[in-house]
Write a protein that binds this ligand. Structure first.
Ligand code: F6R
Length: 361
């Protein structure tokens, strides 16, 4: 049942304020400025001994893991990174007893992720799951984890699950941070930020008409470039994946700082750039990248907290705490991909060549 929407994708994008509300519900502890995650199975003493966190997933879940790694590093100060699960499996990785492994999967059934979890467990590693489908294979294999409670996702491409997974990582990062070095003040600041998310998502969704108009303008492009820096880079990766999956427009994502090391050669009026430009300590650096693109007559669509003078268009999103900005900045770009694909007459809920859950190698 699409509940009055034309596609499941549109329905699922629209459900995000409620979905995020669900991932937060019952977990916030104001007394200690932390969160409780019932199924984690990780006592504080163990949590303090973690030396490194490795996050594994595929596709959109891998991108959520990249943002998750950033959240964990910045809040819990534990070195963390994310890697596609299949790459990890096939490079015969060193499995280290002081590393906590986290498997990310909406379906909980993706074969490459499941196989990585099984291999890790066979080698004695501790593995947590960040999963949407309750009781799924990965949830069962893991030692514990966090359910993302996004509700059923029917559209082949993931939207609300991505947002909820990233929010679940923010909860995990806050939890680990408050066991380690994150102050009460910072804990409070993050909790207040988390509580603002549903209303801010609602506000972004209200801008759909403007996003639709822009998408219709860009729908003729052969190719598009997505750029971001640090927290913004995984947002660019995910927005670029979403666009190619449903519109079939070629898109690639680069860290803004890498432009001058090669891809700047591509910039010309026919290759538009979508730039993630949060109002944080990297704002000036990001503005410099916009200038480089403008100097080559590239068209720019910015997603930012204030109108960017060098951009042809800016989608303004509400500001949250710096750490939580990536959760919000991806949302207008889900709608952008959606309306681009719609303008091109694509089968949005069932893009060609793709399946909802990839249970084969
Ligand atoms: C992209 C998409 C895929 C999945 C990937 C992993 O929109 O849906 O990239 O994210 O196949 O699936 P899960 O999260 O079920 O393991």
């Amino acid at each position: 049942d699409m509940g009055g929407h034309d596609t499941f994708m549109h329905k699922e994008i629209s459900e995000q304020p409620d979905a995020v509300d669900r991932v937060l519900r019952g977990r916030i502890d104001d007394r200690f400025s932390t969160v409780h995650l019932g199924g984690l199975n990780l006592d504080p003493r163990e949590a303090r001994t973690i030396r490194r966190i490795k996050i594994l997933g595929c596709g959109t879940s891998y991108h959520a893991g990249l943002i998750g790694a950033g959240l964990i590093e910045s809040m819990a100060r534990i070195p963390a990174d994310a890697e596609p699960a299949s790459e990890f499996r096939y490079r015969n990785p060193v499995v280290d007893p002081d590393t906590l492994y986290i498997a990310v999967s909406q379906s909980g059934e993706t074969y490459d992720v499941l196989a990585a979890v099984q291999e890790l467990k066979r080698k004695g590693a501790r593995v947590l799951g960040v999963v949407n489908v309750v009781g799924s294979a990965i949830a069962r294999e893991a030692d514990g984890g966090v359910y993302v409670h996004a509700g059923p996702e029917v559209c082949v491409v993931s939207t609300k699950c991505f947002t909820n997974t990233v929010t679940a990582f923010a909860l995990l990062a806050l939890h680990l941070g408050r066991i380690r070095d994150l102050s009460v003040t910072d804990g409070k600041r993050i909790i207040e930020g988390l509580r603002r998310l549903p209303a801010q998502i609602e506000e972004i969704l209200k801008g759909e008409d403007e996003i639709k108009r822009l998408a219709e303008e860009y729908a003729g492009a052969q190719s598009m470039m997505f750029i971001g820096r640090v927290r913004g880079y995984p947002v660019a990766l995910e927005a670029s994946l979403k666009l190619k999956e449903i519109s079939y427009i070629h898109a690639e994502a680069y860290p803004a700082s890498e432009l001058k090391h090669g891809p700047l050669a591509l910039i010309e009026p026919a290759l538009p750039t979508v730039a993630i430009v949060p109002d944080d300590d990297l704002l000036e650096k990001n503005r410099a990248a916009l200038e480089e693109i403008k100097a080559r007559s590239g068209r720019i669509l910015a997603v930012a907290h204030q109108v960017q003078e060098k951009a042809d268009h800016t989608l303004v999103v509400p500001k949250n705490e710096d750490e939580l900005d990536p959760i919000l900045m991806g949302i207008p770009l889900q709608l952008f991909a959606y309306h681009t694909a719609l303008a091109m007459g694509r089968d949005i809920d069932k893009p060609r060549n793709l399946a909802k859950s990839v249970t084969v190698e």
